[in-house]
Write a protein that binds this ligand. Structure first.
Ligand code: PMP
Length: 394
């Protein structure tokens, strides 16, 4: 990041970590094919094997349970290579879960979310007990939502699913490196991860498939990834993913520090604009995520004005670039379109500083304009200067 820019969009993509870049550059020089038996091949294989251990350790899995993919979109899609008779799929899931579920051919049962952003997972139980979970059934539940950061009841839902012979998939993309993940404790059959959300390169990810879980082969070919996913491995990207995973596992311990910054930022935003609404604030949330609706404003305009002020955030309505429209996540938690359309997502990372938050608040205040009666709590007495979130942190 150049010093003139403030990057607060880690949920879209985290900056590449120095160590991940170094691992990738080293791997680019490993010329062989990991499937070859000669020394060059074995060198490439060793790089992939190390990354497999690093990624497995991030979620408490065995290296043999890791299937490298081109990203979490592929990992999520591959779960739907099975022709499911019944799929319980919350409306707040990522498009890479919703779309393959809709295309699967089986019956999709939409699971709603409460207004606080938590999926009404109890409805899965109600529907199953009513006899809705017929045939080969699956449930998908993300560990944390990409827009609100709200943490979902995965372990409880998986326990119910297991008791009723329902396959359970978890998209853990946004939770990785932010909260501790132990796949055995979660009790899910499969779990997806994305490299670029944890400081690895884009275009790499993994599906963790627990030992003994049967899924059809998604991509047949040369028998790579223990015959689950054919294709010569993207060795350099996998190496970067592995290095990032090792560091992300350590980042979990820094969540409390990030939460302090996020909470001070939210307090300051509410001081500046009391009409703002922090979405998901009543639920357990990732420490790094803040989804703020500013009624009366248009999120896309806010994002553009913040960008012009040097600050990168997302509209709550758009996770992928250039996509403008209503957020299906915010609609699924029952927000009125006018409120949902005013929501911006600020997402912090391990590199975020109080200075970054200050820059955001300066820009937020500039967009608000002068207000006679507004509280001045964060402004240095008599200075009339900019708000400094750091004054609240120290
Ligand atoms: N799931 C979630 C919750 C995400 O936020 C994303 C990325 N926006 C994905 C899946 C897709 O990941 P990838 O970019 O690696 O395909």
């Amino acid at each position: 990041m150049t010093s003139t820019r403030t990057y607060l969009d880690y949920n879209a993509s985290a900056p590449l970590r120095t160590e991940a870049r170094a691992a990738m550059i080293a791997a680019l020089d490993a010329g062989g094919n990991p499937s070859s038996v000669h020394a060059e091949g074995r060198k490439a294989r060793a790089i992939v094997d190390l990354a497999r251990e690093q990624v497995a350790a991030l979620v408490g899995a065995k290296p043999s349970e890791v299937v490298f993919t081109s990203g979490a979109t592929e990992a999520n899609a591959s779960v739907f290579a099975e022709r499911w008779d019944t799929m319980f799929v919350p409306g707040i899931e990522h498009a890479s879960v919703l779309a393959p579920a809709a295309a699967n051919g089986g019956r999709v049962i939409d699971i709603p979310a409460h207004a606080n952003g938590v999926v009404a997972a109890e409805e899965i139980a109600e529907r199953v007990l009513r006899g809705d979970g017929f045939g080969r059934a699956m449930a998908a539940l993300q560990l944390a939502n990409n827009e609100t950061g709200v943490i979902q009841p995965v372990a409880e839902t998986a326990a119910f699913a297991r008791a009723h012979d329902i396959f359970m998939h978890c998209d853990a993309v946004q939770a990785a490196g932010r909260i501790a993940i132990d796949i055995a404790e979660l009790g899910v059959d499969t779990l997806s991860l994305s490299s670029h959300k944890i400081g690895g390169p884009k275009g790499a990810g993994a599906l963790i498939i627990r030992d003994g879980v049967q899924l059809p082969v998604y991509m047949a070919g040369g028998g790579q990834e223990r015959r689950r996913r054919g294709g010569t491995e993207n060795v350099a990207a996998i190496a970067g993913f592995g290095a990032a995973a090792e560091l992300a596992a350590r980042d979990v311990a820094r969540a409390a520090q990030i939460k302090v910054l996020r909470d001070v930022l939210e307090t300051a935003v509410l001081e500046l604009t009391p009409e703002a609404i922090i979405l998901g604030a009543e639920a357990a949330r990732l420490a790094n995520t803040s989804c703020i609706a500013w009624p009366g404003k248009l999120a896309e305009t806010l994002v553009i004005r913040l960008d012009l002020a040097g600050i990168a955030v997302s509209a709550g309505s758009a996770c992928s670039s250039g996509k403008v429209g209503q957020s299906h996540v915010l609609a699924a938690i029952g927000l009125m379109p006018e409120i949902a359309g005013s929501a911006v997502r600020i997402s912090l990372g391990p590199e975020t500083t109080a200075r970054d938050c200050d820059a955001f608040l300066d820009a937020w205040r500039a967009m608000r304009g002068p207000r006679e009666a507004s509280p001045q709590k964060f402004t240095a007495a008599g200075s009339g200067g900019p708000l400094h979130v750091s004054s609240g942190v120290h």
